[in-house]
Design a protein around this ligand. Structure first.
Ligand code: GLC
Length: 440
């Protein structure tokens, strides 16, 4: 059993069983994904919010330099994005800022003030001519849009819990904070979810891109939907970009570790798909599994090394698989017996593999929804560290896709859009520019 023999062998089998996902289960999941998508689009109760947005398919000829504020899961980025037309874009300046936990869990004003301080820090030394500057705002949480530049927060995810923001227009809150810091000359011109921005950035680069996926701290997807399939359809446009909020899909086979993780999280019962797949949670599931094995006398690691929540970060999983020694030292596991270490590595692989299979299944569900007979070729734009910085994980996603789709797998391809969440927002701000605002 690949280096795990004797007394540890049965634990490999137990964990493989708990984290496996058969093709039959994947087929069922695709069916229930479609049912939830349909309910969500009709505006009926569904675990998939299927939020309509004001984003448009870009032409690829949009130009200009734009200031972008991008708040994702763990970082706030302020960027200058240059759209060069001819389907080319470049990030010409970027600063990243951590989100302190007191800001993540603090009060509305403190949170938006912090965002304004990040913008101010970025702009130090950048010359701004007088007048009004449109800013593209990427806000990676579920939004009910009221226009291209405004939207109300539906719920917090990924461990954020800022008070007094739910139901409010986050663009208004940011404009007020900018004004308070003496930057009233900057106004939010476009507001976008990161997944929608990734799709727009993908379609800016490649006209065949019809889906955007984020695989980072959280996970989510967006795609081009026929306007006629939407409950609020009142004519006008032929298509609309849907922010699926697939992280909250809940018709899943969960095991005891998924349930414990969910119960311990601040948003228990919510974001179940995200908790089984994304970067914020994979390391934590791993910690719970290892804690269980320690309690059962299987592992000789120190108990304290497994006590602290979120001690094991998701990127550690592939470092463990790459046999990186530093990670063992960091975790205080350098004395683990070879056999135990092999068991730990097998578990890391099971967790990544399950995530990759769930993500592939969800991608297949969306592509099949757009094109039931897989007649066309589909390009999926992806951003987020779990995918972009982990070659093994990318291979797992592609392998699962081939297993699910067989010969049709060649109709679905992925491409990484680095900083897609910012570039797509800049494209969107260019529409605002066309309507009267000025670029940087
Ligand atoms: C979470 C958010 C979603 C975002 C995703 C990726 O699932 O709810 O809006 O797109 O994380 O950042």
């Amino acid at each position: 059993m690949d280096g795990v023999k004797g007394r540890l062998g049965p634990y490999v089998s137990e964990m493989r069983e708990l984290f496996s996902l058969s093709l039959e289960q994947i087929d069922e999941m695709i069916l229930s994904f479609h049912q939830e998508m349909e309910l969500g689009l009709k505006g009926c109760g569904s675990s998939l919010s299927m939020l309509p947005t004001y984003a448009r398919r870009p032409t690829g000829s949009e130009v200009g330099d734009y200031l972008v504020l991008d708040i994702g899961g763990t970082l706030i980025k302020v960027l200058k994005v240059s759209l060069q037309g001819g389907r080319h874009s470049r990030v010409t300046g970027m600063k990243s800022y951590a989100v302190p936990s007191h800001v993540m869990n603090g009060d509305c004003e403190e949170f938006f003030n912090y965002l304004a301080v990040c913008v101010e820090s970025f702009l130090r030394g950048v010359s701004c001519q007088g007048g009004f500057y449109p800013m593209a705002f990427t806000f990676s949480f579920p939004l009910e849009h009221t226009s291209l530049s405004s939207g109300r927060l539906i719920r917090w995810t990924k461990g954020f819990n800022v008070r007094n923001v739910l139901g409010k227009d986050v663009s208004v809150l940011l404009n007020e904070a900018l004004q308070r810091r003496g930057m009233g000359f900057i106004r939010v011109a476009s507001l976008m979810n990161d997944t929608v921005a990734t799709l727009v950035a993908g379609a800016y680069r490649d006209p065949y891109c019809d889906m955007g996926v984020i695989l980072g701290t959280g996970t989510n997807a967006s795609y081009f939907e026929n306007w006629s399939r939407i409950y609020s359809s009142t004519g006008g446009r032929s298509e609309v970009v849907i922010n699926m909020e697939w992280g909250s899909f809940n018709r899943l086979y969960r095991n005891m570790f998924d349930e414990v993780l969910d119960k311990m999280s601040p948003n228990s019962g919510e974001q179940q798909f995200e908790k089984m797949t994304s970067g914020k949670y994979l390391g934590e599931v791993m910690r719970l599994v290892l804690k269980y094995l320690k309690e059962n006398g299987v592992l000789s690691v120190r108990k304290e090394s497994l006590e602290l929540s979120h001690l094991i970060r998701s990127e550690f999983l592939h470092l463990l698989l790459r046999e990186d020694r530093d990670i063992l030292v960091l975790l205080g596991w350098e004395d683990l017996k070879k056999e135990e270490l092999n068991l730990v590595r097998r578990i890391a692989r099971f967790l990544l593999e399950r995530s990759a299979r769930l993500i592939s299944a969800a991608i297949v569900a969306v592509v099949k929804w757009m094109d039931p007979c897989f007649k066309c070729s589909h390009k999926v734009a992806v951003d987020g560290a779990l995918f972009t910085q982990n070659q093994l994980y990318r291979r797992m996603v592609k392998r699962a896709l081939r297993e699910i789709l067989g010969e049709y797998a060649s109709n679905v391809s992925f491409f990484v859009v680095k900083n897609g969440s910012a570039i797509g927002s800049a494209v969107s701000a260019s529409y605002a520019l066309a309507n009267g605002a000025r670029s940087m």
